[in-house]
Design a protein around this ligand. Structure first.
Ligand SMILES: Nc1ncnc2c1ncn2[C@@H]1O[C@H](COP(=O)(O)OP(=O)(O)O)[C@@H](O)[C@H]1O
Ligand SMILES: [Mg+2]
Length: 279
């Protein structure tokens, strides 16, 4: 589609937007148009504004991050970023091929028998470790947010679909700003000036290879509390296979009970997203 046509298609889809696919996103509530040229897509819209430079840089970084994920061997559905022109400025929009609901990883993990559960976790954890290995020599500051809720899985294996915010080439301070700038919650945006350090810290797990693996294990335990021992036994075995630094860090964390980073738990409570873990 030409870019003008694409803008029109997105505007039309937004105008008769149905129920969101998910209400649990931090940055967006994706939806799938029922008809029209975007019917096989998920549309993710983010907070717009007049800060054109920041938004254009965001678009460049999104393209760079998508390329980085793909080069690292991560499977990502066909994804494109655009800035939708609006009266009040520009709104970032991500269009992504819609994945069938039954491919979402979280319900698969909830439903799996004990052996399958461990197999799913092994695949997810392996794909995370492979990503970090693939980007290890890159010069940019790169992060990854491979939470159970950000994965799908089909016959071809794991699929990662959360490309926002683009975790490439932003400093920690800049990413802290983006977390506030693009939060859907006015409460979070309002808390920013009061708790800048705590909001900034949300990203730290995403930039820690061991942190992302431990985050996955912690979420699995919270999703499947009765299988805690089996999960932790598998996790220790898995950790032993990791390269040096990551292995030591993951094993050390496993000796303490896995938990959500306190700030994220607090954020989720504030946002009223408690219940089924998201990370
Ligand atoms: N391509 C997709 N196909 C189907 N569902 C999707 C797709 N992308 C996102 N979703 C649903 O929307 C939720 C939030 O999307 P995500 O991209 O992770 O946004 P956020 O950055 O707000 O977490 C996902 O957990 C999933 O349930
Ligand atoms: Mg997500």
């Amino acid at each position: 589609m030409e870019s003008g046509e694409l803008q029109d298609a997105v505007r039309a889809a937004l105008a008769d937007r149905g129920e969101p696919v998910s209400k649990l996103g931090y940055f967006c509530a994706p939806f799938r148009p029922e008809s029209g040229p975007l019917a096989d897509q998920v549309v993710k819209t983010y907070r717009g504004g007049r800060d054109r430079e920041l938004l254009e840089r965001l678009g460049e970084r999104h393209d760079a991050y998508l390329a980085c994920l793909l080069e690292a061997g991560v499977r990502v559905p066909e994804t494109q970023f655009l800035l939708l022109e609006e009266a009040g400025g520009w709104r970032p929009v991500i269009l992504q091929d819609a994945l069938p609901p039954e491919t979402m990883l979280r319900p698969q993990i909830e439903a799996a028998g004990p052996d399958h559960l461990v197999q799913l976790l092994e695949e997810a954890a392996r794909s995370i470790a492979d990503f970090w290995q693939a980007v290890a020599d890159r010069p940019e500051r790169i992060g990854y947010h491979p939470s159970i809720r950000n994965f799908a899985r089909d016959e071809g294996g794991m699929i990662f679909f959360d490309t926002f915010p683009p975790l490439i080439s932003y400093s920690r301070a800049e990413m802290g700003q983006l977390l506030l700038r693009f939060s859907e919650s006015s409460l979070i945006r309002g808390l920013g000036p009061l708790l800048p350090g705590r909001i900034r810290a949300i990203q730290d797990e995403w930039y820690s290879p061991a942190g992302t693996v431990v985050g996955l294990i912690g979420s699995a335990v919270r999703l499947r509390p009765d299988d805690r021992e089996a999960i932790l036994t598998w996790a220790r075995g898995f950790a032993e296979t990791l390269p040096g630094d990551m292995r030591a860090e993951v094993l050390a964390e496993l000796d303490a009970p896995p938990r959500l980073p306190a700030i994220w738990t607090a954020t989720r409570r504030i946002l009223g997203l408690e219940g089924k873990p998201n990370v």
